[in-house]
Every structure is written in structure tokens, then in C-alpha cells.
Design a protein around this ligand. Structure first.
Ligand code: ZN
Ligand code: MN
Length: 487
């Protein structure tokens, strides 16, 4: 018997506004508890919310980037909860008329573990966040305290269709979403700080001798890393299959269940039966006016987006010959590194070399020095000069790392680095003479090469370097092979 894992994700993203969704309190993370609150966000009677236009613009930008349709009219609804950290007693959300719907996000795996696919997005809507309950953490006491700084922070909830078929696809979706959202600058998507949170709806479609069966849907909460999303879904699929084998329990009579992910234990644990939407007693918020958007506004947002990560990946692979793996690594370095890369690649004309320098040597230095690319002492123009110097043989490839290190430590350009390394250019005729001498002195090697053993040339490279330390091993090899052909 075999089964398919079916996954849909609900992702909450904190939008990068300075102030909250319906008041002017700061959204700065990490402030003293309860110092960023006001009558509006803690729901004092008589206070009135006013929508933060910037939050709506960021939500609109995101919705367009995930290919959603934007209805001309959207409104706000109250979703009633009782939570200790939700003093209003309700969340301001969007129920039946969300600000965007019917989008999609393409996912693929640079290592080809699954086929590229479009994950459909059901809807994305704006809502305000609750506060935080802090349990047993304060002064070692066994009690709970409430921090309301987060109350009222703008969240965009992005709900996918159940289009993913494995934990790996779900993780890829999360990663692609984070890449896209950080690229367009609408959120920092910092999962540790809770700026990006994920709930997964998981069930199994099982082939049985008499047709198909499906297990009850379980919503997994409380996953705060990509790894957790992947592990939780894998665990839950296995658990559901075991339960199904024992009970043959199917969908229909069973309400959706909520389970929490315990990362340390590596398990999901039962929490409660999932509420139906009627339990929330949604109704339109009488304090807020609906929001209208015109097609012109939406088009202006679309035009402002520029190339998105998926477009850039495609250009790098199709127009500039990079492997899809390299293109993916580059795009994931972030906007600033990408801009640096494009400068160096365009100026030198060698995208592959620029990619190698940026994703290998430069990334290593940035990590070691804990620097951002803006603080990096070799400019994109200087990197382009380095690449060009190697390309036109002013700098042997074998000495290029030394030149790079000199440029870095002495803050000099490539010409100065070449001089400091004492490299004198070996011109073509000198190289021919040198190689011909070596071949004449080593008839056995010539015979071996003629007999098909090209690697025999290797023995001449060391000798060539002894005679002239400026020669490039790659060029010696190439020149010797060319000369043997003519002998
Ligand atoms: Zn406030
Ligand atoms: Mn929500």
C-alpha cells in the first residue's frame, strides 16, 4: 500500500513597517515589555483604529509579487478570540473579502529532487498580531506574564492550496517565499524573531485495495525554522499512517485537529479540535472603512517590483550560461550581493568567473570578517579588473588567489597586485620557445602524448615553472599540446 502526503501552508509574515497596523506605536523588536502600547492596540473602550497606509502598500506589493488578483474592494472583520495576550478580545482580520486571492508561487529544487511546480495561493489577507505570553521565564518564577508590544503589529497571512506533496516541497515553498519577500523588502522574515511563522495542514491520500482513502487533516503549529517545517511534516505523515493502519479512521466524521510541534522531542502533540469559522463569530469591523484599490494603483505596484528572484535565476541560466545551481546560490545571497555580482559580471563580461569569486572567495571573506558586501574592500569594478587580467593573461590563473589576497589586505588594485607579486607577462613567443625547448628535451613525453596519454604533459608543467615562475600552468599545458600536434 502506498500513500501521498498532501500539504497546504498558512504563513504569517510580519510586514516591515515602523508603526503598527491601526495605531502609531513602534514595531521595533526587543524593547522593554509593554513600552510600545497605546489605548488603540490594547483595545480601550472609545479608542478608534486608523489604517496604516504603508502596511497596506507592503501587503499589496507582496500580493502582486505572488501573482494574486487584487479585488477593487476589501474590508475588515473582527475575529473573536479569548486569549490572555489579546486584550481587545478580537483580532482585526479579513474574512470573506480578502485584499488578494488566486495567486501562485513557483518552486523548484536546484538539486532536482522534485519537479518544478506552481503552488497555488488561495488568498493573502492583512490582520493584526496578538501579544506574547511569557511562561515560566521571568526571574525563574513558575508563572506567566504578558508582553503587549507585539499587539497590533501588521501581519500578512498567506494561505496556499494543498498543492505540496512532500516535506521537501513545503520547505522549498517557505524558502522561496522568504527569498521573494526579503527581495522586495516587505519583511525581514526573521523566523527566530517570529517575523515569519508557519502552520502546516497535513493529511495522507492512501491507495487501498478498494480505491482511495484520506486521513483526517491535522494542522501543525509552532514551527519556527525551515528544518522544523520539514521534520514536523515528515513526522506527522508517518504518525498518520500508523494511526490509519491501526484504526482505518477517515475524513468526514473527524473534525480537523491541531497539533503542536515539539522541536526538542521531534514530535507533534495533540492540542485541541480545530475551531470552525463560525466559532469566531466574524462580523465587519464598524470602526474601519473599507479599502478601495484601482487597477492603476495595482499596475503601478507591479511596475515598481522590477525583476523578481525567479526572473533573475532564469536570466542567469538562459542568458549568461550559469548552471541552475549557481544561479540559485547567487540569488540567495540577497539583493546587495546580487547587485555587486552584476556589476562585476557586466564589466568583465565573464559571468561564470564573477559567480565563482562572489559565491566562493568573497562569501568566505564576508563570513570570516562578519562584513556586508558594502563594507567589502574590493569594489565590483576592481573584481572585474581582476577577472579581466586573468582573461587576457596578464595574471596567471595559478596566482589569482594571491592577487586577490593582496588586493584585500593592502587595498590595492589588480595592477598593483600583479606588480607586487613580481609577475611579468610571458608573451606568446616566449611561451612557444619555452614549451618547444621542454618538448625537444623530453621525447618520451612527446611520444606518450602522441600515443593518447595527454596527462603526460603534467610532468613538463613543473619544469616550465622552474624556468619561468610567471608562466601559467593552464597555458603551458595548452601550448604544449598544440605544439605536439604539429610535431
Ligand atoms: Zn498602539
Ligand atoms: Mn491569521
Amino acid at each position: 500500500m502506498s500513500y501521498t502526503t498532501v500539504v497546504g501552508l498558512e504563513v504569517h509574515v510580519q510586514l516591515a513597517t515602523q508603526s503598527k497596523l491601526f495605531c502609531r506605536c513602534s514595531t521595533q523588536f526587543g524593547a522593554e515589555p509593554n513600552t510600545q502600547t497605546c489605548p488603540v492596540c490594547i483595545g480601550m473602550p472609545g479608542s478608534l483604529p486608523v489604517m496604516n497606509r504603508e502596511a497596506y502598500q507592503l501587503a499589496l506589493k507582496t500580493s502582486v509579487a505572488i501573482n494574486c488578483e487584487i479585488p477593487a474592494f476589501t474590508k475588515w472583520d473582527r475575529k473573536q478570540y479569548f486569549y490572555p495576550d489579546l486584550p481587545k478580545g478580537y483580532q482585526i482580520s479579513q474574512f470573506d473579502l480578502p485584499m488578494s486571492e488566486h495567486g501562485w508561487l513557483e518552486i523548484s529544487d536546484p538539486k532536482d529532487r522534485f519537479e518544478p511546480k506552481r503552488v497555488r495561493i488561495l488568498r493573502a489577507h492583512l490582520e493584526d498580531d496578538a501579544g506574547k505570553s511569557v511562561h515560566d521565564e521571568v526571574h525563574g518564577r513558575a508563572d506567566s506574564e504578558i508582553d503587549l508590544n507585539r499587539t497590533g503589529t501588521p501581519l500578512l497571512e498567506i494561505v496556499s492550496e494543498p498543492d505540496m506533496r512532500s516535506a521537501a516541497e513545503a520547505k522549498a515553498y517557505m524558502q522561496e517565499l522568504r527569498l521573494l519577500l526579503t527581495h522586495i523588502g516587505v519583511s525581514d522574515c526573521n523566523m527566530q524573531e517570529g517575523s515569519m511563522r508557519c502552520d502546516a495542514n497535513v493529511n495522507l491520500h492512501i491507495d487501498t485495495p478498494d480505491g482511495k482513502a484520506a486521513t483526517p487533516i491535522v494542522e501543525i503549529k509552532n514551527m519556527n525554522s525551515f528544518r522544523a517545517v520539514e521534520r514536523a511534516i515528515e513526522y506527522e505523515a508517518g504518525r498518520q499512517y500508523r494511526v490509519w493502519q491501526e484504526t482505518k479512521q477517515q475524513m468526514g466524521d473527524v473534525p480537523k485537529q491541531t497539533r503542536g510541534w515539539d522541536d526538542a522531542a521531534g514530535k507533534t502533540l495533540g492540542q485541541r479540535s480545530k475551531e470552525e469559522s463560525s466559532d469566531y463569530r466574524y462580523f465587519p469591523d464598524p470602526d474601519l472603512v473599507p479599502v478601495l484599490s484601482t487597477p492603476e494603483e495595482v499596475e503601478a505596484v507591479r511596475a515598481s517590483l522590477g525583476d523578481l528572484p525567479a526572473d533573475i535565476r532564469r536570466q542567469l541560466a538562459d542568458d549568461h550560461g550559469l548552471s541552475s545551481y549557481d544561479a540559485d546560490v547567487l540569488v540567495n545571497q540577497g539583493r546587495e550581493v546580487l547587485a555587486y555580482f552584476f556589476n562585476a559580471a557586466e564589466k568583465s563580461g565573464d559571468y561564470k568567473a564573477a559567480c565563482n569569486w562572489v559565491t566562493q572567495d568573497i562569501q568566505r571573506v564576508l563570513k570570516e570578517q562578519e562584513q556586508s558586501i558594502d563594507e567589502f574592500s574590493i569594489s565590483a569594478d576592481q573584481l572585474a579588473d581582476l577577472i579581466s587580467a586573468i582573461g587576457d593573461n596578464r595574471l596567471p590563473k595559478s596566482r589569482s588567489k594571491d592577487a586577490f589576497e593582496l588586493m584585500l589586505t593592502n587595498e590595492i588594485d589588480v595592477a598593483a597586485a600583479i606588480e607586487k607579486l613580481g609577475i611579468e607577462q610571458v608573451d606568446e613567443s616566449a611561451l612557444v620557445t619555452l614549451c618547444q625547448e621542454l618538448l625537444d628535451a623530453n621525447p618520451k613525453i612527446v611520444a606518450d602524448v602522441k600515443g593518447g596519454k595527454q596527462q603526460a604533459i603534467g610532468a613538463l608543467i613543473g619544469q616550465a615553472k622552474k624556468k619561468n615562475s610567471n608562466v601559467d600552468p593552464g597555458q603551458v599545458r595548452k601550448m604544449c599540446l598544440e605544439l605536439v600536434e604539429k610535431m
